[in-house]
Design a protein around this ligand. Structure first.
Ligand code: IDP
Ligand code: MG
Length: 141
């Protein structure tokens, strides 16, 4: 079933000039970008995006990181896009991520882990709507 997921190429990966490599991995996995932009999140924007994590001990540090430089935010579309993206991302902790995954290739540690991917249809709907109005998402397939 074709579905959509939200991906973020986080500030650490943008700083490492890994944007092109990561987008190439999405395309090779048949995850087609249908909306995309580069933006520098203000800290309150990062706090809104990660509100689900606000009681976690790493919340403030995570939001400082996510607002430390520009990110690339994308909507990816394809069969089982949510699960497939989580697979090619690898585990949250890059040290535990399988070889060949984006986090194994570009992650530094459990916080600076290169990419975000929605984890369920509900979070995908919230996260896509957080960054993109419907009119900015390509619908031509
Ligand atoms: P996910 O990105 O693999 O879905 P989540 O548990 O949803 O992982 O955590 C959101 C983000 O918070 C992670 O991608 C990572 O940047 C950061 N994070 C998660 N766990 C920790 C931690 O234990 N210490 C510091 N940062 C963390
Ligand atoms: Mg998550």
């Amino acid at each position: 079933m074709s579905e959509r997921t939200l991906a973020i190429i986080k500030p650490d990966a943008v700083r490492k000039q890994a944007i092109g490599d990561i987008i190439s991995r999405y395309e090779k996995a048949a995850l087609k970008p249908v909306a995309m932009k580069l933006l520098h999140m203000a800290k309150p924007v990062a706090e809104g995006f990660y509100a689900v994590h606000k009681s976690r001990p790493f919340f403030d540090s995570l939001c400082t990181f996510m607002s430390s430089g520009p990110s690339v935010v994308l909507v990816l579309q394809g069969d089982n896009a949510i699960k497939k993206n989580r697979e090619i991302m690898g585990a949250t902790d890059p040290a535990k991520a399988e070889q060949g995954t984006i986090r194994a290739a570009h992650g530094t540690n459990i916080e600076f882990n290169a990419v975000h991917g929605s984890d369920s249809p509900e979070t995908a709907t919230f996260e896509i709507g957080f960054f993109f109005p419907g009119m900015e998402i390509y619908d031509g397939r």
